[in-house]
Design a protein around this ligand. Structure first.
Ligand SMILES: [Zn+2]
Length: 338
């Protein structure tokens, strides 16, 4: 008898305990999860900008994996679920993410919105059409974020849009953005100071991937060529010969490949033309791993500038003072290639 009532008591106690535990969990979950805006971003530098502004106040998922060709990226069918659950989808625009935009439009929930930063940052008259993005194809060069002035504009646009959709966190968005803008201003100044140490004749860029024209316009560089054709294939033999002659003639000290697009062709061109070949520039893959301070938009810019300016004969001293860490910590979900 004693044993039986003890067992019954124990069972009741267990049931009660698990009830309380469940009850507590159920109360906690919605308070945390339901009220957070669900934001989907595209390339990692934009994810990082949103992360700086939002901190942990929104859920952020970058849909385009780091290290993948963002220009040809096609979301997989299961990504439609991610897009359908989003309250806000933030893109660069200028036709960079057309397949993602189409899938987003097809799956968007009723009250959700799509926010294209590029179209609110520059006028059509400021679009650059060039080597890999010729005017006759009608697609402007989309690499706005490699110009920190535009990254500042992206940050304030994101702040205002998040505030519109989630006014209760207005103060946090304002504080984070103010801190982030200070860091971006420091980055901008450091790039100006460091590029001034490069011999003026060397402030010329020949790259594989055509991502630097908006950067070049701000800091007084000249993009003398980009090797990658507009269909992202390899250049023709005729084009290769022309490039080798151009590099020899113009005495370019270094040519730059990119992490995302390893190019044996550019390596060969550099060798033939007796120029240095550096294949470490990145336009949409952040250095380090999520959670590390350099895994950020600013970290990517500092690393790019350090590699580029050293190769062109400049000093990178000014860049060493720039703090790359996200102002409100690492919170975004970055996808990786593998
Ligand atoms: Zn690119």
């Amino acid at each position: 008898m004693i044993a039986k009532s003890f067992l019954i008591g124990l069972t009741i106690l267990t049931v009660l305990t698990s009830f309380t535990a469940c009850g507590r969990q159920d109360e906690k979950k919605p308070a945390d999860a339901e009220k957070k805006l669900n934001v989907v971003t595209t390339v990692a530098p934009i994810t990082s900008i949103v992360e700086n502004v939002a901190g942990d106040k929104v859920k952020i998922t970058g849909i385009i994996p780091e290290g993948i060709n963002s220009h040809t990226f096609e979301p997989i069918p299961s990504d439609s679920k991610l897009l359908a659950a989003a309250d806000l989808i933030i893109l660069n625009g200028l036709e960079l993410e057309t397949p993602t935009l189409k899938l987003a439009q097809a799956n968007l929930k009723k009250e959700a919105s799509i926010f294209s930063l590029g179209d609110k940052t520059i006028q059509q008259s400021d679009y650059i059409y060039d080597f890999s993005f010729p005017k006759e194809h009608g697609h402007p060069n989309p690499h706005l974020w490699l110009n920190p002035e535009y990254a500042m504009r992206f940050a304030t646009l994101v702040r205002d849009e998040l505030t519109r959709l989630d006014a209760k966190n207005k103060q946090t968005y304002e504080d984070n953005t103010a801190k982030f803008l200070k860091q971006l201003e420091a980055l901008d100044q450091a790039i100006k100071d460091a590029s001034a140490t490069i011999p003026s004749n060397n402030r010329r860029l020949l790259t594989y991937h055509d991502s630097w024209p908006y950067f070049a316009r701000r800091y007084g560089f000249q993009v003398i060529g980009a090797v990658q054709p507009s269909d992202f294939a390899e250049p023709s033999p005729k084009e290769v010969i022309r490039l080798i002659e151009q590099i020899r003639r113009e005495k370019v000290p270094a040519v730059f490949g990119s992490e995302v697009f390893p190019s044996p062709v550019l390596q060969q061109i550099a060798k033939e033309a007796k120029s240095r070949y550096i294949d470490k520039l990145r336009d949409d893959e952040l250095p380090g791993k999520p959670g590390e301070p350099q895994h950020s938009y600013i970290g990517m810019m500092v690393e790019n500038m350090t590699i580029m300016f050293e190769a062109l004969g400049g000093s990178t001293e000014a860049l060493k003072k720039v703090d790359p860490a996200p102002v409100a910590g690492a919170h975004a979900d970055y996808r990786t290639k593998n």
